[in-house]
Design a protein around this ligand. Structure first.
Ligand SMILES: [Fe+2]
Length: 154
């Protein structure tokens, strides 16, 4: 989990600089919730756990650090992730590609994707549910939530 720790230190140090307190709180809360959720899902689906947890740390990075428009956050977060992961010199090219692809596509909840991207999408939905169980879910979110909770129980 050495690579995860490096990424976590970086991401949380950047979140600490967010000046708008509600955004900072959302960054910590949502990122930690997705990180916890993806751990359970990755184990249940035999997806690489450390790689999945790194996706969780970086998946909404631009939304929180740049406060960018929601429709651009996945692509921008993927670009940030790619640049940062390269700069650490800890990752192979295929690892960076796998992580950045998952982050880039994670908003497309209606589409079936790579195993890593699927755990990220489902962990995102599960985390949002855990943060506010009263929020109304779309049909695809409901499907993903049911699939995620059933996979975790297996
Ligand atoms: Fe997102």
């Amino acid at each position: 989990m050495q690579k995860y720790e490096v990424v976590k230190d970086y991401v949380y140090s950047q979140f600490a600089k967010i000046s708008y307190e509600p955004l900072k709180t959302a960054a910590y809360t949502h990122t930690a919730m997705v990180d916890a959720s993806i751990t359970l899902l990755a184990i249940s689906r035999n997806v690489r756990v450390e790689r999945a947890k790194i996706c969780a740390l970086l998946h909404d990075y631009a939304q929180f650090v740049d406060n960018c428009p929601h429709d651009q956050h996945a692509k921008l977060s993927s670009l940030y992730a790619c640049n940062f992961l390269k700069s650490t010199e800890l990752f192979k090219v295929n690892e960076i590609d796998d992580i950045c692809y998952a982050i880039q596509m994670h908003s497309h909840k209606e589409q079936f994707d790579s195993p890593l991207c699927e755990v990220l999408k489902d962990a995102d939905v599960l985390a949002r549910f855990l943060e506010n169980p009263e929020k109304k879910l779309s049909e695809i979110e409901t499907k993903r939530l049911l699939k995620a909770t059933s996979d975790i129980q297996k």
